[in-house]
Design a protein around this ligand. Sequence first.
Ligand code: ADQ
Length: 493
Amino acid sequence: ITNKTNNSQKNRLIIVSNRLPIVLSKDNKGRWQAEQGSGGLITALAPVLKNRGGLWIGWPGTSRAHDKKALESVFTRAAGDFGYTFEPVFLPESLVNAYYFGFSNQVLWPLFHDLQTRCDFSPDYWNAYQKVNEIFARTIAQNIKSQDDHIWVHDYHLMGVGQALRKLHATAKIGYFLHIPFPPLDIFLKLPWRFQILESLLCYDMIGFQTQRDRRNFVQCVHAMLNHIRIKGRGQVLSTQVNGRMVRVGNFPISIDYNEFAKKAGTRAVEKRVDEIRAVFPSDHLILGVDRLDYSKGIPERLLAFRNALQRYPELEKKISMVQIVVPSRQRIPEYENLKHEIEQLISEINGTFTRPGWVPIHYLYQGVDRTELTALYRAADIALVTPLKDGMNLVAKEYCASNIHLDGVLILSEFAGASSQLYKHALLVNPHDIEGIADAINQACHMGLDERKKRMRALRKIVKKTDIYWWVDTFLKAVFSHDLDTLGPLED
Ligand code: ADQ
């Protein structure tokens, strides 16, 4: 990407996501207080919002009516502290359940991860989803100050916002980014509201996907289902005409704040923790898994592969240990609770079978860990096992590489993680359903010489560094809001 400035950088930016980038809590007197959230997306977008003047619209995480009044002053204060403003979208509890836990996470999430048998296609969920998307659109419309404002809508919760905004006659440019995969035609066709979803997406000016594969799936769905639309072009951004409007379709692999992870990995606090972790795990090879609790992450399959490695390669006994961290997520959905039990049962079975005096094969944490601990674990781990059944990108894979400042770690990566579209040449790629294949990769990683590990890790880090989160924000914004597509650099994808 060149550093050419363009006029689009002056426009006010409105970011829209399901949740506001703020963590709310109450102090000891019961008063609300706000802290900025800590994800990579927030880190990357906050300076852009601050520089251009910007607004973030989203659900604040509470539906209680009496909180509404109290929160208004909290958001005004937060705007002063963070340098950009917030517009909370208050949603009734009954709608949140059906829209968030229902349509978003029991229809779109499983279907888009190719797991249609886990879908609950309840019409009530769809109705709530439409209503919430309309509420979001009304809030955005009320906050548009000029038709030169740039609007960027995020993720599967809000696919219908563009269409609802067009119905309100909004003419501002709207970009949309899907953080999860887009499914192949045969799977997408199962969605009872497939036409509505496709037509809603085509109301955006840019539809951004993580990988070329997702974009190709989308294009195939459009071509098969909407005969009058032909998406054309080559390179990172394709385009088509829809009702006289230009719609663009691109792929933009999301990333992390590489420099921050690399810097953190070299701090004294992390160094100290790495020594402590290594002392606790005297085995030769420490294997790490870090995931949100989700059936798309392939955690049971990974545990079976670890067990398979111990069975088929008995010489690995006492030589490998695994740390599996699972962050609690979507606990109100029964399937997630069942998955937790399945994971815990498997771990106790494996430990029950293979533990020897002085060696427990799997160490399991069901909790979030802070950044110092996470970075120390990434640094201490000889092997990262990132084996989702399907994943939009998977930031854990990139965080592991960025933190691996001694270049001696091995990344075992699922070919169905979006990250594999960039990292496939230098990671050990596995099919996450192939238990023996993953076990073989574990064995291969354990026997890989230092020279090869360094060569691979150096190459992985170079890619993650070059296409970091700042690159991603910049590339997306340029592609949507600037007409100068020549400023886009080539992609590894
Ligand atoms: P997620 O499904 O949440 O994101 P991922 O990309 O791996 O998946 O991001 C998880 C984040 O949570 C990482 O930044 C990781 O560090 C953090 N995390 C995980 N376990 C943690 C723990 N125990 N303690 C603290 N932090 C932890 C969705 C899509 C992905 C896509 C991202 C971004 O499903 O495919 O990469 O959005 O677009």
